[in-house]
Design a protein around this ligand. Structure first.
Ligand code: SAH
Ligand code: MG
Length: 217
């Protein structure tokens, strides 16, 4: 083993701090069989979302981008009875797979999958605010718009999180004007310096930006 090969060390960390039960372990392989892309958060990021949701006592969570329900399952399992995860998904097939996975996990009572482009669903979602945690993981060019929605709709002491803060490895580069990853760059710059937020970026998977709402709207 080369001295810079940390794969065994990472496996050690995963086994201890982000173990998956059978449902989580089989969720993305099964989704891939149905033709869905394998682009969920990794176990460490999923567990981070779970711990963060519990840390803020989240009862109401909003997710942008369900895919097959992998991150949603980590989040929904952090909810108390009577809590609710609303997840927004543009692709009808992805939404259907997510619903089936939530039902299989016994979480149908505290989850709701809404189908449509997030931007178009937001007027209806507004009635469910305030949220304790918002997790952004849908189309990258619209991250700034989703932040605009989250800022007035997450309670003081709540969290705004976003996956893929590394811009698929390109967040530090100067990108073409039409590159969707520009949305991530703008998102990162805004949450890093926003007067109502204090933020960190956790280096799990494609990086998880985590912003705590520290001042009222
Ligand atoms: N959060 C998931 C992964 C989401 S992948 C997990 O970690 O397990 C991104 C998802 O966002 C895809 O399922 C895609 O169909 C969906 N999506 C893309 N653009 C969207 C939009 N405008 N509105 C809602 N969902 C969108
Ligand atoms: Mg992602």
């Amino acid at each position: 083993m080369a001295t810079d090969d940390r794969s065994e060390l990472n496996a050690y960390r995963r086994a201890l701090f982000a173990p998956e039960d059978e449902l989580l372990r089989e969720l993305m392989p099964a989704a891939e069989q149905l033709g869905l892309p394998r682009i969920s958060v990794n176990p460490e990021a999923g567990k981070a979302l779970h711990v963060l949701a519990r840390a803020v006592g989240a009862k109401k969570i909003l997710e942008f981008g369900s895919l097959a329900g992998y991150s949603g399952l980590w989040l929904a399992r952090a909810l108390p009875a009577g809590g609710k995860l609303i997840t927004l998904e543009a692709n009808a097939k992805h939404a259907e797979v997510t619903r089936a996975n939530f039902a299989k996990a016994g979480l149908a009572d505290r989850t709701e999958v809404r189908v449509g482009r997030a931007e178009e669903l937001l007027p209806g979602v507004r009635a469910e605010a305030p949220f304790d945690l918002v997790f952004i993981d849908a189309d990258k060019e619209n991250y700034p718009k989703y932040l605009d929605f989250a800022l007035p709709h997450v309670r003081l002491g709540g969290l705004i999180c976003a996956d893929n803060a590394d811009g698929h490895g390109h967040a530090h580069e100067s990108l073409a004007a039409d590159d969707p990853r520009r949305g991530i760059q703008e998102y990162n710059a805004r949450v890093a310096s926003h007067p109502r937020l204090t933020s960190i970026c956790l280096p799990f998977g494609g990086w998880l930006a985590v912003s705590l709402v520290v001042a009222p709207a």
